[in-house]
Design a protein around this ligand. Structure first.
Ligand SMILES: Nc1ncnc2c1ncn2[C@@H]1O[C@H](COP(=O)(O)OP(=O)(O)OP(=O)(O)O)[C@@H](O)[C@H]1O
Ligand SMILES: [Mg+2]
Length: 461
């Protein structure tokens, strides 16, 4: 299954917006509070409809009252938050071997009445699993930004369960890594007992070797009673002892791979490569060094080539690596006029602009803006940070010094009254330089030459 697009109406911060997704990888970028996580939450809610009527706890949610976009209204000093009406989410997705997309809508308080076709898709494959058949099951997963610390711990059993248990907590942004540990342990013991290789374990191992730099092996160590990974530089490390960056990626990659192996055992050792589905990852750069950020997208694409990823990021290194990927800049939604939908306003190619305007949807950032560009170019052109190579403090000092010297020039022609205003501004502008005694003295001398000497008391000399 691949999500083609979603529409949101009065959902949290979005009054009305439409976003189209790349079949393989979409990166959502934008400032803090630009609405990146909101889009992943909306997608997870829409996807949870697939499991309606299923006996599996996916952790997915449906629209709640608090998801209604509130409008802040002030009346006579009192502030009111009025929830908007017409709260709904709509998505369309394509299924393998079908040429038309399935469309479904979720409204606040509904029971899935406008999602019957999509619900039927889920019910149909589950029925076939119950009959002992092996239909191709799509993987649907959501990894939230708190995935390293927020864990489900309610794993009571090590016994085999239903094949559909592979969906356990799949749409909950929290991590469910204890299940992985128990599953890996059980299959490792079974492999030893049966003395034949179990392909599912190799599926996880292959994915780890593809996505974790320097990884040489990944096993359940029976002596240690723990999952261990062998790394080129660090040697053998227990999963629990890994650094945050490694633990985050190992947990996510192993989780995806083991779910693929559980969902589609008929694919054997190729389960990770052949399983289709959609995975949502909030803050894909979480805890990763820039060197690793540069390879995380190509690695995930290579380990799971049939999965559609939709991820958010703040990292220019991730954007720089985004080859054959759609980058959507959420800061470029225009505030719409009443009755109009949001339209992305970025400077884009004519083709992108006309398609965005025709369809009222967010246009992608053209690849020419970030492919083969330096980090500085990306930060400046795509992420809208002027002069990114300078720190904020350096830029502030630079701007202050520039204004200071311009004022000195202006002051030469100014009236006495204007001079007093200029002097007050010069006092403020020179303050940040007071730590540098020599430069501060130089600034003071320049004032004297310009006839704008600091007054010992107040404004008037
Ligand atoms: N019901 C609501 N009505 C209106 N705005 C809302 C509602 N719920 C949340 N918001 C707004 O949505 C914004 C948060 O959006 P979101 O968490 O998606 O941002 P983000 O792009 O993921 O940010 P970050 O990069 O910091 O994670 C906040 O500004 C919040 O005030
Ligand atoms: Mg967020």
């Amino acid at each position: 299954m691949q999500i083609k697009q979603i529409e949101m109406s009065n959902f949290r911060k979005y009054e009305s917006a439409r976003i189209q997704f790349h079949p393989q990888f979409t990166l959502l970028i934008g400032n803090n509070a630009s609405g990146k996580t909101t889009i992943l939450d909306a997608l997870a809610m829409l996807l949870s409809t697939y499991f309606q009527g299923a006996q599996v706890v996916t952790g997915g949610t449906t629209l709640r009252k608090s998801d209604a976009r509130y409008i802040v209204i002030e009346k006579e000093g009192q502030v009111f938050l009025e929830p908007a009406h017409g709260v709904w989410l709509k998505a369309s997705a394509v299924f393998p071997d079908e040429d038309h997309a399935v469309e479904w809508i979720r409204e606040l308080g509904d029971r899935g009445g406008k999602a019957k076709d999509f619900i039927a898709k889920g019910a149909e494959v589950r029925e076939r699993v119950a009959k002992g058949l092996s239909p191709e099951l799509p993987l649907l997963c959501y990894y939230g930004a708190g995935r390293l610390w927020e864990l489900h711990r309610d794993v009571k059993t090590e016994r085999p369960g239903s094949q559909l248990d592979a969906y356990r907590y799949c749409l909950d942004p929290k991590s469910d890594q204890y299940v992985l540990l128990k599953w890996f342990k059980r299959l490792t013991l079974s492999e030893l007992q049966r003395k034949t290789e179990i392909p599912a374990l190799q599926v996880v191992r292959d994915a780890i070797l593809t996505c974790i730099p320097g990884a040489k092996n990944f096993i359940f160590d029976i002596n240690e009673g723990a999952l261990v990974i062998e790394l080129e530089r660090e040697g053998i490390v227990r999963f629990g002892d890994l650094s945050d960056g490694f633990r985050n990626m190992v947990a996510m990659v192993a989780d995806i791979a083991h779910r693929c192996a559980k969902l589609n055992p008929q694919f054997g050792g190729a389960a990770a490569k052949r399983t289709k589905g959609t995975i949502l990852i909030d803050e894909i750069d979480l805890h990763l060094h820039p060197k690793w950020q540069r390879r995380v997208i190509p690695d995930l694409k290579s380990a799971f080539p049939n999965i559609q990823f939709i991820a958010t990021t703040h990292s220019p290194f991730i954007i720089q690596s985004a080859h054959a990927v759609e980058v959507i800049d959420l800061d470029n939604f225009m505030t719409s006029l009443p009755g109009e939908e949001n339209i992305a306003k970025q400077e884009s190619t004519a083709e992108h602009v006309s398609s965005a305007q025709q369809n009222n949807m967010a246009a992608v950032v053209p690849e020419t803006m970030y492919a083969d560009k330096s980090i500085e170019d990306i930060v400046e052109a795509v992420m809208d940070v002027p002069v990114p190579q300078r720190s904020h403090r350096y830029q502030e000092m630079f701007d202050a010094a520039k204004e200071y010297f311009l004022l000195l020039e202006e002051g030469k022609q100014a009236s006495n009254e204007e001079k007093n205003t200029i002097k007050r501004r010069l006092d403020a502008l020179s303050a940040p330089f007071s730590e540098n005694v020599a430069y501060h003295a130089f600034l003071e001398m320049e004032r004297v030459y310009a006839g704008l000497k600091r007054s010992p008391e107040g404004d008037d000399e």
